[in-house]
Structure formats: structure tokens, C-alpha cells
Write a protein that binds this ligand. Sequence first.
Ligand code: NAD
Length: 485
Amino acid sequence: MPMFRIQNYLNGQLVAPASGQYLPNIEPATGQVYGEIPDSGPVDVAAAVAAAEAALPAWRARPAEERGRLLEKIADLIDANLERLAQAESRDNGKPLALARVMDIPRAASNFRFFGTAAPHFATEAHVQEGLALNYTVRHPVGVVGCISPWNLPLYLFTWKIAPALAVGCCVVAKPSEITPATAFLLSALCIEAGLPAGVLNIIHGTGPGCGQALVEHPGIKAISFTGGTATGRHLAATAAPLFKKLSLELGGKNPNLVFADCDLAAAVRTSIRSSFANQGQICLCGSRLFVERPIYEQFKTEFLRQLADQTVGDPLDAATKQGALASEAHLHKVLAYIKLAHDEGGTLLAGGHRATVPGRCADGYFLEPTVFEGLPYDCRTNQEEIFGPVVTLTPFDTEAEVLHMANSTEYGLSATIWTQNLTRAHRLSQALHSGVVWVNTWLHRDLRTPFGGMKNSGVGREGGLEALRFFTEAQNVCISLTGG
Ligand code: NAD
């Protein structure tokens, strides 16, 4: 099979990086190189920013409805190419093809459709000072913005940033993760097919230090929307703050899953399997710390481990596979190191714990058994640090105050899940949890209008709905005297 060579999307064209250098693209399920990624650098970033700056006056002057129609056209093209995109996502990331078909790619289309239809409805405020003055607020597109995304939900998170930026009239220079660049490249071709004007969106491929850093530092980039690890976010913030750029940071998590004795146990176990292991546990919203009220602890554990046996690890292309490969060899070794740490910290292994072997074409893939530990203190490193893989801990609790303390004990505050039939407790606890997103008796239920983001070291700012539209705009207040001076 010929190498799948990815190109940059620059000023409406698919082009090679200025250096002519490429990086290998590896298929995690096989461990084999199957393509090449542009190793772009500051020269490519500067060309993309220049193209975006040239496209900006016409793009921001277009009626919002017209911009919205173009975004909807891209959404339609994503739908029409669902199978091709799902296959590319699965191959690039290692996730089950079945998951990419129902989650990643449909959500990417929804992102464009949601913000495309939102654009004409984006209204601003007016404040009247009776008899004195009328103030109205104009929200101008902030200009050329940078969007940087991670490898776990590649097209899903990439488009979640790009769509609102384009909707409000910004032009974009975007960098997908170098681990999973394929669907961003396929999106470039769909944008050309949709008739998106040259320079409005530019997609530059490369590493974080080589390409992402140049994007963050470029003076033409007025705002940066970043999703990735907390350490990278901290570095980005340190770079961007002295340059006074607007920053939206969606970072790591170590999310608690609180299971009370009065819950619907069948639903709690079923969904907790998903919230623990979906996408190989590589969703920032996965609940990796399961706290179970003592009266049902043993029952929950038995049922959880029983259902875990159905969590088939296998070839992502196989319809029976529930868990595919981890995204990279380096990440597999990071997660294995955390499994060793959990042993060293005195944890009892209840399931998994080893690299999984999948015969045939996947014999060298980066597979890991779904892994469960118990008996670890809530404040040990295994329970405090983000592992971002199919590894969870089970911990019993006796009181609401105790579980709240343990749930809130990490540096993170992205999401939390509560399982209870007690309405009062659900509301009380939701308010007390230090998490930007709280789910009660559900998980990963998303309404794109709601604010999305984390507290503490899980991020700064919120995405979603109006929050995203506001982020990509600069508010200007106009005050008109009603007295004539
Ligand atoms: P990462 O921080 O390593 O990389 C994210 C992106 O940043 C990549 O595109 C990378 O190339 C780029 N990057 C790296 N160094 C850079 C630099 N110096 N300047 C500019 N860009 C740079 O994260 P990852 O390993 O790709 O993703 C996993 C992390 O993402 C996890 O911590 C996970 O929790 C987090 N995440 C958060 C959310 C959320 O919404 N909060 C969603 C998904 C993933």
C-alpha cells in the first residue's frame, strides 16, 4: 500500500512543508508506519498567519448567515464522508471503528452545524441609563486565532474549536496533534470542496515544540484555544501571557465517579464500565476514581468485574472490539508505568494489569488490558495523577462528607459523576464538587449549548455555546449620550 502522505492546508492549497521534511505516522493497532506528516516549523506558521490575515477583512465582513451556510456545507460533507473519516480516525488513533462511526465523526459534523446555525443568532447586549445614555456592545471577531488540539478525540476536538472561531468571523491557523493528523488533513479537502475561501482556515501539521510553539509565539495570533495536557497548558500560558493573547485552556482531569447505595445499580455499573474504559480510557472526562458506598461495595465490584469480562480488547476494525489500541507506544509505556506505581503503592490488582496481545495483523499493536485496582489510599499518586488510559481504582466510602473530601482532593476539576436516587443529595453534592461538569445518573451526555471546561488545573475558560462565540470575539462598548453632551 502506498504511504499516506499528509500535506498542510495553506491559503486554500494542499502543500508540502517549507522544509520538505516529514515525520512518520504510526498505526497504533499494528505498530507500523503507514504514512508521513509534514514536519512544519515557524516558516509554515508565518505563511499561514499571513494567508489568514489577508483573508480576514472579507471573511469578517460577510453576513453571519453566509458564514453559517458554509459551515453547514462542511457539516454535510463530513456526514457524506462518514465512513471514510471513521476509518481514518480509527487507523490513526487505534480506537474501535464502531466508536469513531457513532461518536467522533458525527460529533465533528454537529460541531460545524451547531456553530453554523448559531452564527446568525449571536446577539449582543444594550444597557440604557435612563435619560442619560444608551450603551450597546459590539462583539468584533478577535482576528486571526490559533487552535491546538490533542490526539484522543482528533476530529471531534479539532472542529469544536475551529467551528465557533469561523462562525464569528475569525480566520484560523490550526494544528492537530502530530499523533493523529489524518482526519484534519481529510477535513482540509472537504473545506476546499465546500468552497471555503482561501486563507480562512489553514491547517499546519507538525510537533508541539516545532510548530505549535511558533503558533503560540506569532504576534499575528490574537487568541489561542488549546486542548491538551496540563503541563503543556502551563507552558503555553507562560508563553502567551506576556504577549497579552486571549487564552482558552482545556486541560487534564482525574475525575471522580461517586456511587451511592441508593443508586440504580444496574445503570451505575453499565455506565461506569463505559466511563472507565471508553476510547481506551483516553477521554478527558473518563471517571478514573470510582468511590462506592460501603453497603454496596462488594456487590458493585462483583458486577463491575463481571461486565469487564465483556470489554473485548481487539483489532479496532473488528465489530466485536470494545477496546482498541492506545494512541502511541510512548503513551502505552506511560500507562504501564502507572500500573507499576499502583502495585508499588500497595494496590490490589482486581483485573488486567498487562499489555494485551492481539494476534494477526495487530500482534505489535499498543494494546492494554482494562485494569482495576483497589486498596489504594485516595491521596496516593495513582489516585492523584492523570493516567489517561484504561486504568481505574475502586475505593469504598462511608459518608457523604468523606467522599466529597476524596473527590475534591486532586489538583484537577474537570468532571464528576454522581449515582444516587436522592434528589436533594444530587443537588447538594453537585454544588459542592469542584468540577466544571457534573453528571447525575448519566455520563458524557452533552448538550452543545452548555458551558464546557474545568476548574483548578483542568483549565481556564469555557467552551461550548455562547461561551465559545464570546471567546473568539472582542467586546466593544459604544456609549451614546441621550442629553447631547
Ligand atoms: P499534549 O499537551 O501533549 O498535546 C496537545 C497539543 O499541544 C498537541 O497538538 C501538541 O502537538 C501541542 N503542543 C505540545 N507542545 C506544545 C507547545 N510547546 N506549544 C504549542 N503546542 C504544543 O496533550 P495530548 O497528550 O495530545 O492529549 C492528552 C491530554 O489532553 C490529556 O491530559 C487530556 O486530559 C487532555 N484533554 C483535555 C480535554 C478537555 O476538554 N479538558 C479534552 C481532551 C484531552
